[in-house]
Design a protein around this ligand. Structure first.
Ligand SMILES: C[S@@+](CC[C@H](N)C(=O)[O-])C[C@H]1O[C@@H](n2cnc3c(N)ncnc32)[C@H](O)[C@@H]1O
Length: 308
């Protein structure tokens, strides 16, 4: 999955993605709902009341730049000029689209460590549908052996080498034979790389997923899937066209919250996307609270500066 999405020469995000939204393979809540930028801007204003020393805003994985554009617009001229804006983007194709849309008013970085260095460690960070693009490890419950096995491409089962202490799925043994689940050691590794460089601020994480074990309720095949021209592909079709189609999996928020707590971040709030958008969207723009509106979660974590 890492190579299919991020190989510098052949990866989907590195080379072949054409667009996010109607002209691409998948749409995101940022490209579908104009109200998301308003809600993120309101969140930034509220956070800057709590931590007024923070003067940098970082979006991670900004797609075609439409969310950053709508956040900047919704902040308004007065608030906008008080902040420096950054984007962390690994895809050269999407970075070019962002630069066309946003011009010179934003600083681009390859990773959060360098964005945080520019901000002296004090930043508000947000990301929408970033985590679902991180490579997942697929495991399958084997009832006869009473253990989880890792699914290798194309569909062979092997022992895994992951530490059950960090993955709620691996501590669970009451699934039906053949249940598949995705693990994201890639997200935990990513968090462990950049959070030591973060001194103060808040982070808004928006993505689809749920707590464990609800996430896998009535999903015996797990959540791993691919998208090509807005068609959802499952089973072995996920492995077709490597580098030419998006591959994604839902986020296990039980694990994500535990990893952030382990790194010393404070959980501040958690809403569904429908709840997060409600105060900022016109009725026609509200998401179905039983559909996409509840499938997406908005989590806020804070890094509060130590009083010295
Ligand atoms: C599914 S798209 C979402 C785009 C945008 N946030 C939106 O909602 O329309 C994932 C985005 O994250 C970027 N990305 C993936 N892994 C990344 C990483 N480790 N660091 C920064 N950006 C990353 C991709 O290039 C892409 O811009």
């Amino acid at each position: 999955m890492a190579r299919a999405l991020f190989d510098p020469e052949r990866g989907y995000y590195s080379r072949h993605i054409r667009a996010v939204g109607r002209g691409g393979d998948f749409a995101t809540s940022a490209t579908l709902s104009p109200s998301l930028g308003g809600a993120v801007a309101a969140w930034l204003k509220a956070e800057s009341q709590i931590q007024p020393q923070v003067r940098h805003i970082i979006e991670v994985g900004a797609g075609d730049g439409s969310l950053m554009a709508s956040v900047r617009k919704a902040l308004g001229w007065w608030t906008r000029r008080q902040f420096t804006f950054h984007i962390v983007e690994t895809s050269p194709v999407l970075r070019e689209q962002q630069q066309k849309r946003l011009g010179s008013k934003t600083h681009w970085h390859n990773d959060l460590e360098s964005a945080l260095a520019h901000a002296q460690g004090h930043a508000f960070i947000y990301h929408n549908e970033l985590l679902d693009a991180f490579p997942a490890t697929l495991v399958q419950w084997n009832d006869a052996e009473q253990r989880w096995l890792e699914v290798w491409v194309p569909e062979a089962l092997h022992p895994h080498h992951l530490d059950a202490a960090f993955f709620s799925v691996l501590r669970h043994d009451t699934f039906k034979d053949g249940q598949r689940c995705e693990l994201h050691p890639s997200i935990r590794d990513w968090l462990r790389r950049w959070t030591p460089h973060w001194k103060s601020g808040a982070m808004l994480s928006i993505d689809y997923g749920d707590d464990f074990p609800q996430l896998y309720h009535r999903r015996p095949h797990g959540t791993l899937r691919a998208y090509l021209l807005h068609q959802r592909l499952t089973g072995t079709d996920i492995y077709a066209n490597p580098g030419r189609q998006d591959i994604t999996a839902d986020i296990n928020f039980t694990d994500y919250a535990a990893w952030l707590a382990e790194l010393g971040l404070t959980a501040a709030s958690r809403h569904t996307l429908a709840e997060f958008l409600r105060p900022h969207a016109a009725p026609a723009q509200l998401l179905d609270p039983d559909g996409a509106g509840s499938a997406f979660k908005c989590l806020v974590h804070r890094r509060l500066a130590c009083a010295s």
